[in-house]
Design a protein around this ligand. Structure first.
Ligand SMILES: [Zn+2]
Length: 450
């Protein structure tokens, strides 16, 4: 009898899992195959770490600190400077997708940093640096101008990564341990004993505190970039369902790298994998407006002995994604383009140029470069609009004519960049034929038309 009950229970569970897999599969309002979509997602921008400059580790036995294990190249990872951002933007602007638009780089930003600095009385204490403010040891003249220029030219599209990228309390507790940790902290090094495991979204942290932090980060983001983020990636890929609900309640509807999610509560092995699949499917079933985007192309050349092989593999992964009728989402961390050693940055830029050169020829097979924001709109309703620098890009990816509504708030963002006055505060409608894309100058939307 007990055996029969068990068999029924296993059968029921398998059924539920199977059903949720079928019903929870991502559906899309557009056919991705002909679009050949490509998006770039890049984590860690704005992070005031790992080290402020070359030589920071000199005379310190970093192995003795017990920070955790990181790929070698990360130990000398640093905050980007104006040249690094400008070079990357210039590279993106050299290429064009099928509509004549350049690729868009989506830097996921860490909004705040902690620094131990001496205040007026000479006593050192912790200070919070919200972007654009930086710890003086991470001073980067001209950085925010380079970022503004990138945004204006339409190739730099910031999204959200984290507030700190670590639990600030754990850092305060561990970073001043006598010896190497205290010396490292004094030099502005971000790593501390146990830092690898001191996750920002660790399950010991109260949701209430995290929500306060998120609200603060969103205000900092809005102040710096003039709009709210739409897409988010959790630091170290660690998060749970409650964090997703928190993000959604604040308008962050696109969650990056769902397949790479880690959640210690799921356990290990087969049980962990099944829990993860079920979580993804249930998330899609219960929250139809939520979009999970999968990073299906890996571009981390500076972590590989053979950077050229990374380019080849990434091109192959891009084509495989298109064959599976998915947008190709290229994951590439900041460390490829910002590093204390110029040779590392030059490998990252050279490889990205090779990838884009290969990707944008031949002309008849050009990709469409998109942002997460555009992908999520196309997936949910088949149409999209977006302010790319000074242009407004409107798409209809469906097989019938559609009316597309553009909020005045976004039109006015583009108009402000073009030095134009605001349009009346009401939704603006545009009719597009099946499959049509229109690239409009902000002056297209003028007072005279309404
Ligand atoms: Zn990160």
């Amino acid at each position: 009898m007990r055996g029969l009950l068990w068999a029924l229970l296993v059968l029921a569970l398998t059924g539920v899992l199977g059903l949720s897999l079928i019903l929870g599969k991502p559906t899309s309002a557009v056919d991705w195959r002909p679009l050949r979509a490509v998006a770039f997602e890049s984590d860690d921008w704005g992070l005031q770490g790992f080290i402020p400059a070359a030589g920071a580790w000199e005379g310190l036995d970093r192995a003795s600190m017990g920070c955790g294990s990181f790929p070698e190249v990360y130990w000398s990872s640093t905050l980007e400077d104006s040249t690094m951002v400008a070079d990357l933007c210039r590279l993106m602007n050299r290429f064009q997708g099928r509509e004549g638009l350049p690729p868009v780089f989506q830097p996921n930003y860490v909004m705040s940093g902690l620094g131990l600095i001496a205040l007026v009385d000479g006593k050192k204490s912790w200070h919070r640096f919200d972007l654009p403010d930086l710890d003086p040891r991470y001073s980067r003249p001209g950085l925010w101008q380079a970022v503004a220029d990138g945004i204006e030219s339409g190739v730099w599209w910031p999204e959200l990564h984290a507030t700190w990228h670590y639990d600030p309390l754990k850092r305060r507790e561990a970073a001043l341990q006598a010896g190497v940790p205290a010396a490292a902290t004094d030099r502005g090094i971000m790593l501390f004993p146990g830092s690898e495991r001191a996750r920002e979204l660790g399950n010991w942290r109260e949701l209430e505190e995290l929500t306060i932090e998120l609200d603060h980060s969103l205000a900092v983001f809005q102040g710096l970039f003039g709009r709210s983020p739409i897409s988010v990636i959790a630091p170290d890929y660690h998060w749970n369902r409650k964090h997703e609900e928190m993000w959604n309640s604040r308008g962050l509807k696109v969650i990056q790298a769902k397949k790479e999610q880690k959640n210690l509560a799921w356990g290990r092995g087969l049980r962990g994998r099944l829990a993860k699949i079920a979580d993804r499917s249930v998330g899609r079933l219960l929250h139809p407006g939520r979009v999970y985007l999968e990073r299906n192309c890996r571009f981390e050349p500076v972590q590989n002995q053979d950077p050229g092989a990374v380019v080849t593999a990434c091109l192959e992964e891009t084509r495989l994604a298109w064959d599976r009728a998915q947008p190709a989402i290229v994951e590439t961390h900041r460390v490829n383009f910002a590093h204390v050693h110029p040779a590392v940055v030059s490998i990252g830029l050279k490889c990205l140029a090779s990838y884009l050169e290969e990707l944008t020829r031949p002309a008849e097979l050009m990709p469409t470069f998109l942002t997460d924001w555009e992908i999520s709109q196309l997936q949910n309703r088949g149409t999209s609009w977006s302010v790319r620098g000074g242009r407004i890009v409107v798409r209809n990816g469906t097989r019938s004519a559609r009316l597309i509504t553009i909020p005045a708030e976004d039109l006015n963002l583009a108009r402000e960049r073009a030095g134009l006055g605001p349009v009346p505060n009401k939704p603006h409608l545009l009719a597009l034929k099946a499959g049509e894309t229109r690239i409009l100058a902000p002056k297209y939307f003028d007072f005279a038309r309404y």
